[in-house]
Design a binder for this molecule. Structure first.
Ligand code: PEP
Length: 257
């Protein structure tokens, strides 16, 4: 049971799914289903092209906020195809997912680039959700913690103690993303304990206790309560199962103690 004061975050990463019209339709159906939920934060990360539609539907909503799935670290310039933090803020975007495993492993983003994005997000008033996680071969080779330590130490290299409480970490073992394989509760809790102990040694216990660590990797309505019952899991980042209104409404309605 999460007895901490960390408000859980239940976040949807829609990846390259949903047009602006589909986003409007999803949110219009979703909001009445979650009306009245409290003690949690719901975050939706649609594609860039749907942020405007989403921000119109979510206007004034205190429970559900918007995230972007990525951004570049400059405010403007000759960076064809990129989106800047100030462009995201224009649509009321609050958080930004950085270092997602698909950005790392499909698009080749490295830790230094991700660190620049984390810094730029903070400097421009966006709250980063820094994704970290090992690949299957790394887990099998026993190097999970080494990978997490490298991704954390570089990814958070520009973050000071004050900024650290604003950052959210998402632990997403790459082998569990989109595969239907969820980390066992023991595997997830062990990794989250490692991450919190790393945050503790970097920022001190008072700060590490405030930082939210989300789990991601094949979260579904039928495993959400088991995951959320673990003491160091402060929420979830959901891909596939966040695309259906009823399923995601069920996930965000999970039991929170
Ligand atoms: C993700 O992409 O962040 C994710 C966790 O995906 P899925 O839930 O589909 O495994």
């Amino acid at each position: 049971m999460n007895t901490s004061k960390r408000r859980p975050i239940l976040a949807a990463n829609w990846k390259m799914h949903k047009t602006a019209a589909e986003t409007r339709g999803f949110l219009t159906a979703f909001l009445p289903l979650v009306d009245g939920l409290d003690g949690r934060e719901i975050v939706i990360a649609p594609p860039f092209t749907a942020l405007s539609a989403a921000s119109e539907v979510l206007k004034g909503n205190k429970l559900v906020s918007l995230a972007a799935q990525n951004m570049y670290f400059e405010q403007e310039g000759a960076f064809t195809g990129e989106i800047s933090p100030i462009m995201l803020r224009e649509f009321g975007v609050k958080r930004v997912i950085l270092g997602h495993s698909e950005r790392r492993h499909v698009f080749g983003e490295g830790d230094d680039l991700i660190a620049s994005k984390v810094r730029a997000a903070m400097e421009n008033g966006l709250l980063p959700i820094l994704c970290i996680g090992e690949m299957l071969e790394e887990r099998e080779a026993g190097s999970t913690y080494e990978v997490l330590e490298r991704q954390l130490s570089t990814g958070l290299s520009a973050i000071d103690n004050r900024g650290a409480t604003q950052v959210v970490i998402a632990y997403e073992p790459v082998w569990a993303i989109g595969t239907g394989k969820t980390a066992t509760p023991t595997q997830a809790q062990e990794a989250h304990i490692y991450i919190r102990s790393w945050l503790d040694s970097r920022f001190g216990p008072g700060i590490a206790d405030q930082i939210r660590i989300l789990y991601g990797g094949s979260v579904k309505p039928d495993n959400i309560n088991e995951l959320m019952a673990l003491p160091d899991i402060d929420g979830v980042l959901v891909g596939g199962a966040s695309l259906k209104v009823e399923g995601f409404a069920e996930i965000v309605s999970c039991q929170i103690d």
